[in-house]
Design a protein around this ligand. Sequence first.
Ligand code: IMP
Length: 438
Amino acid sequence: MSAQNITIIGLQWGDEGKGKIVDLLASSCRYVVRYCGGANAGHTVTVSGQQYPLHLVPSGILHEGVRNIVANGVAFDPAIALEEIDTLRERGITINAENLSISSSANVVMPYHKLADRLSEQSLGAGKIGTTALGIGPCYSDKAARTLAIRVADLLAPETLKEKIARIVEIKSKTFRSVFGYDEPIDAEGIWREYCDYGKRLAEMIVDTGAILRRAWQRGERICFEGGQGSMLDIDHGTFPYVTSSSVSACGVPAGAGVPPKAVGHVIGVIKAYTSRVGAGPFPTEQDNQIGQYLRERGKEYGTTTGRPRRCGWFDAVAVKYAADLSGVDELALMLLDVLSGLETIKICTQYRFDDDKIVQHHSIPLLMSSAKCVYEQLPGWDERIEDVRSFSDLPTNARAYVQRIEEFIGKPIGLIGVGPERGQIIKHNTGLENIVI
Ligand code: IMP
């Protein structure tokens, strides 16, 4: 039963092009499900030259007949969700209770979460994480603290919500004052009114999404789980503490969507042909030089959510192999191969070296990264434009060799190759999925 489901995750630090792969496969799925993260995610889908930047709405929204689900594991920001829904509607996309459902158990991002995110980052100074400042970490912290959390179901119960917000705001005000010296009053009554209104506007979409998904799976309807961020930003398995605050690998699917582990299905690990990272934290293959600049400009590496320039570098096969093993990846989707055209040589990091070999015994790959020195393999580049290529055999010889070398290093087939942002700019290669219509 499970083999038909698809889980699409990023294997690097996010922004790998997952939205495009979800969009490509969505028409063959009945459900597209966000199970982690929140509005910090930025998935861009490009159709007929039109860009649709999506943050909270799943990437299946552009397809008729697909039910999009924001599941319990998401840090749900109703203000951003409604803004996104309104913008999509203005652009002619139908959104209603038939094609978008929100879990009543998802935790809500509140204004004081965004404030806490900003205050915390400011107080950390040079040691900051470089978050998106969207309140993601503080929202998940309150979820773990339990008594400080607001869940989506609470938005439908105004009286209880009022009491909860009043109590929580009192605690937050005291904490902000003592920890950050922040003295501005927080308007609990105003927040309550605003969030009651969000509850009213979203009410018809709020349901038990876990029950819907479990029934769908039992009926044999295909579900696509859409990961956010990338595995190296996973709260448990990423470059801690420079991570986001949820389980973004395929390991997060069962808990974040409320489905049995077996429902994860066929796992597609999405990778860029190089590496990018936004925010602070270790990045062994970073090229803070002309190469990085070349990749940033050609790859338009500026954040969808924050507009920040992304740090860029070579493909890190050690990190990707680790992430692929973690999620039991079945196949890879290699994106943005077109960005590499014009480089004389291209490097792949195949091994980490350390001055002190002893640390290797104790630490996982993400923890070793800050002291890792990269061993590179050099491959010849290619000059040709490849944006219009649609079959693997038509790629330049050196591009084919690069793809094959990545397959060898990771030990997984590359099913799909992205050669541009448009829906159709994709090459079907060694995919195990049938009936992919491009
Ligand atoms: P937060 O998720 O806003 O707490 O940010 C924590 C880290 O994750 C920061 O380095 C962010 O830049 C990074 N991050 C969060 N979401 C994304 C994403 O969708 N793509 C890339 N990086 C992300």
